[in-house]
Design a protein around this ligand. Sequence first.
Ligand SMILES: *[C@@H]1O[C@H](CO)[C@@H](O)[C@H](O)[C@H]1NC(C)=O
Ligand SMILES: *[C@@H]1O[C@H](CO)[C@@H](O)[C@H](O)[C@H]1NC(C)=O
Ligand SMILES: *[C@@H]1O[C@H](CO)[C@@H](O)[C@H](O)[C@H]1NC(C)=O
Length: 200
Amino acid sequence: MQLHHSLSLALSILRMAVRATSLPYLNVTAVTHAGGESVLQCWQLPSPFAVSASPGVANGSYAFLGAVANATLTVIPARSEGGRHYAQPQWVHFVTGLAHITLPTASDAAWIRGGKYGLLWAGDTPDRSRGGHSTYYWEESVTLALMMPDGEEPAHRVVRQGACLLEDLVGMAGLGVRDCVECDDLKGPQGGYGQVNTPI
Ligand SMILES: *[C@@H]1O[C@H](CO)[C@@H](O)[C@H](O)[C@H]1NC(C)=O
Ligand SMILES: *[C@@H]1O[C@H](CO)[C@@H](O)[C@H](O)[C@H]1NC(C)=O
Ligand SMILES: *[C@@H]1O[C@H](CO)[C@@H](O)[C@H](O)[C@H]1NC(C)=O
């Protein structure tokens, strides 16, 4: 009993230590520009997720997205054609829904599913992109757009050309999973772990 107790305590400490040193970097699909046209890229932010010390977010993992200027919440009906357009530099978080982003000059496309993996960067301004991009909303979508002041782009590293792939996002899956040895008593009503979205 004593041994079991100290063993599980050691395990929890180890897990906390591993967690503290191995939080992933945030990768995000970017509708950006290259060679005078809109392109899709997968970007990585310069700092990894960190454990929050802010009251109210209960030790959640956070990624700082920078100072933003204006925030707009939009509800878009299902099967809406957003049309060909340009984007002033902004973060767009798809809260719910399903959107399909296509380009006039390339066969690349991005599917953005609202929720935990629903963050997108858009910044193909008309002075940097001839053709812009198109967005089609398959499902009713709620988006939260956060404009960057002075048209700034976030510091980033290009992980790959094209939208982020599953392997670029899968590190998010572990965030929000409860960090404990015996979690059975913490299972939610559907028997799964609480699917609490990380606040942004
Ligand atoms: C946050 O983590 C600290 C240190 O592990 C712990 O003492 C505290 O109870 C945690 N807070 C919540 C709300 O889980
Ligand atoms: C924010 O909104 C104000 C008022 O509409 C506008 O003047 C300003 O240019 C906007 N800033 C950005 C970065 O979009
Ligand atoms: C971001 O990409 C890196 C590899 O470039 C990967 O190790 C990491 O887990 C990814 N982050 C997320 C949140 O999936």
